[in-house]
Design a protein. Structure first.
Length: 451
C-alpha cells in the first residue's frame, strides 16, 4: 500500500516529497495516456494506494493542474549510473544520477551495462527501501566483453564457458539482463545468450566484432544505438574482429538510407523480434550544434567545477564534420525500423564526450526522435510504453490506465504540441509518491562528476 511506501521514505528525504497523501485527485489536467491516443483535455485523474484509480474518496487531496499535462513516467532503456571521468575511466554517480533521472520524470531505468555492478545493486536496494530517491532500477550485469577493450574496468571473457559462468554468477547476484560489448566472439555471445535465456533473462548489445545480422541469428533480444555501431557492412570485415572505429564510421557514412542492405537488415531484425534502443542524444552531442545544445545552463550547473571546465574545453569529437550525416542516417534507420513493426526503445547513454547527463539526456532523446520524424506522441510512447513492453512490465507501467502503478509526470504546457515542454517537469509521481522535481535537481547542483 502507498501508506507503507510513504512511511518507508527516509525522514531526511521528506523535504523532496511534494505530495504525500494516500489518495490524490489531479483535476483539470491534460492527459497523454501513453498509448499513442490523442490527449484528453480537462480531465480528472485519481491516485489511490499507489495505483491509478477509477475514482478516489471525497476526502482525497485535490490538485488543480490547469494548464498542465500528465503523462507516463519515462522508461530509460540505456540509462547508466556511471559517467566518463576521462582516460576511459567511468565513475559511479551513485548520489546524483538516480536523483537526476527521477527529477526529469524517468521513473524506470535499465542500466544497460555496469562498471560497478555491486554499487548498482545496492543503489537499487536503497531506492526500493525508501532510503534514496530514484527510479525503479532494472540492473544489467557487468559488460560481456572480450580481450582488448578500451575500458580498463571491463572483465575480459576467455571462452564460451567463461561467458556462461559469468552470466550465471551475476544473475545470482541480482542482474536481470546483460549487455554484450565490442570485442567478444560469436561463440562467447551465443553461450551468454543461452545461459541468460535459460534463466528467463534477456541480452542486449553494443556490438563491433559481431554484426547485427549475426547477433540476431544467435538470439539477441535487443541491439543498442542502432545502425551506427553495426559493422557488418564494413568492407573486408573479419569474423569476430572489430574494424578500426573511425574507418567504420567513414564507410557507414557512405551508405544512403535507402540502400537495400539496410532494408534487408530491418526485415531480419523485425522477423526475429530484436528490439533497437535509440540513443540519439549521445550521437548528436558529437556534432558542433548538438554539443552546444546539450550543454544547457542547467547541465552546466549540475556538473562540478572541474567537470564544467573539462566540458567547455573539450574537443567535440575527433571528426565532428562526419557526425551530422551519421545522425541523419541513424534517424532514417530508426524510422524505417519502427515503420516496419520493430520495437524501438530509447535511453540517454550518459557517456560519450560527457555532454549528456542522466535525465537531461532522456529529454533530448525524445526531442531528437521528433526531429527524426516521429510525432510527439509516438516519441513519448517509444520512451515509455515500448520500454515497459521489453521489460515485461507493460501491465504495471508505461500507460495511464486504471489499476497500473501511479508512475506519472506532471509538466507545464503541452508536449503533444511542443515537445520541448517535457523539460518543464513539476511533479514526478512514483508508486503514487509525488516528488518535487525542482528540489531534486537543486539537490545535485555542482555534484555530477564527483558522486
Amino acid at each position: 500500500m502507498i501508506l507503507a511506501l510513504l512511511l518507508a521514505v527516509d525522514a531526511a528525504l521528506q523535504p523532496l516529497v511534494k505530495v504525500d497523501a494516500k489518495a490524490v485527485v489531479l483535476e483539470h489536467v491534460r492527459v497523454i495516456d501513453g498509448t499513442g491516443a490523442p490527449p484528453r483535455e480537462d480531465q480528472t485523474l485519481a491516485i489511490m494506494d499507489g495505483k491509478i484509480a477509477a475514482q478516489a474518496p471525497a476526502d482525497a487531496q485535490r490538485l488543480d493542474l490547469t494548464g498542465r499535462t500528465v503523462m507516463p513516467g519515462l522508461v530509460g532503456m540505456h540509462d547508466h549510473l556511471f559517467y566518463p571521468m576521462g582516460g576511459a575511466i567511468f565513475g559511479e554517480m551513485a548520489y546524483t544520477f538516480p536523483r537526476l533521472y527521477l527529477a526529469a520524470g524517468v521513473t524506470t531505468i535499465r542500466t544497460a551495462g555496469s562498471t560497478e555492478p555491486y554499487a548498482d545493486i545496492e543503489i537499487k536496494k536503497a531506492i526500493d527501501a525508501g532510503k534514496s530517491p530514484g527510479p525503479t532500477i532494472h540492473v544489467s550485469g557487468p559488460y560481456l566483453e572480450g580481450p582488448g577493450s578500451f575500458a580498463l574496468q571491463m572483465h575480459a571473457l576467455k571462452s564460451p564457458e567463461d561467458a556462461r559462468d559469468f552470466v550465471n554468477f551475476w544473475a545470482d547476484q541480482g542482474a536481470t539482463s546483460f549487455k554484450a560489448y565490442n570485442t567478444l566472439t560469436r561463440a562467447e555471445l551465443a553461450a551468454a545468450i543461452r545461459a541468460a535465456h535459460k534463466r528467463g533473462l534477456k541480452v542486449t548489445a553494443h556490438l563491433c566484432s559481431i554484426g547485427f545480422t549475426e547477433a540476431a541469428g544467435l538470439g539477441i533480444d535487443n541491439l543498442e544505438h542502432g545502425l551506427l555501431v553495426d559493422t557488418e557492412f564494413f568492407p573486408g570485415k573479419k569474423p569476430d574482429q572489430c574494424p578500426p572505429t573511425r574507418e567504420a564510421f567513414e564507410e557507414l557514412g557512405k551508405i544512403p538510407p535507402q540502400d537495400p542492405r539496410i532494408a534487408k537488415l530491418v526485415a531480419e531484425l523485425v522477423k526475429r523480434k530484436v528490439a533497437i534502443t535509440s540513443t540519439l542524444a549521445v550521437f548528436d552531442a558529437f556534432t558542433e550544434d548538438g554539443f552546444r545544445r546539450a550543454l544547457t545552463p542547467a547541465v552546466l550547473e549540475a556538473v562540478s567545477a572541474d567537470t564544467r571546465t573539462r566540458l567547455l574545453q573539450a574537443h567535440i569529437s575527433r571528426d565532428p564534420a562526419m557526425w551530422p550525416g551519421l545522425v541523419k542516417l541513424e534517424m532514417a534507420f530508426e524510422r524505417a525500423f519502427a515503420q516496419a513493426g520493430g520495437l524501438l526503445l530509447a535511453g540517454c547513454d550518459p557517456t560519450g564526450n560527457g555532454a549528456v547527463l542522466a535525465g537531461y539526456g532522456d529529454w533530448r532523446d525524445v526531442e531528437l526522435l521528433v526531429d527524426a520524424g516521429f510525432t510527439p506522441l509516438e516519441a513519448l510512447k517509444i520512451h515509455s510504453l515500448n520500454g515497459a513492453v521489453w521489460l515485461g512490465e507493460q501491465d504495471r507501467i508505461g500507460t495511464l490506465l486504471p489499476g497500473k502503478d501511479a508512475d506519472l509526470v506532471v509538466v507545464a504546457g503541452d508536449p503533444s504540441k511542443t515537445i520541448a515542454d517535457i523539460e518543464k517537469v513539476e511533479i514526478v509521481f512514483k508508486h503514487g509518491v509525488g516528488w518535487d522535481s525542482r528540489k531534486l535537481f537543486d539537490s545535485v547542483r555542482g555534484l555530477v562528476g564527483i558522486r
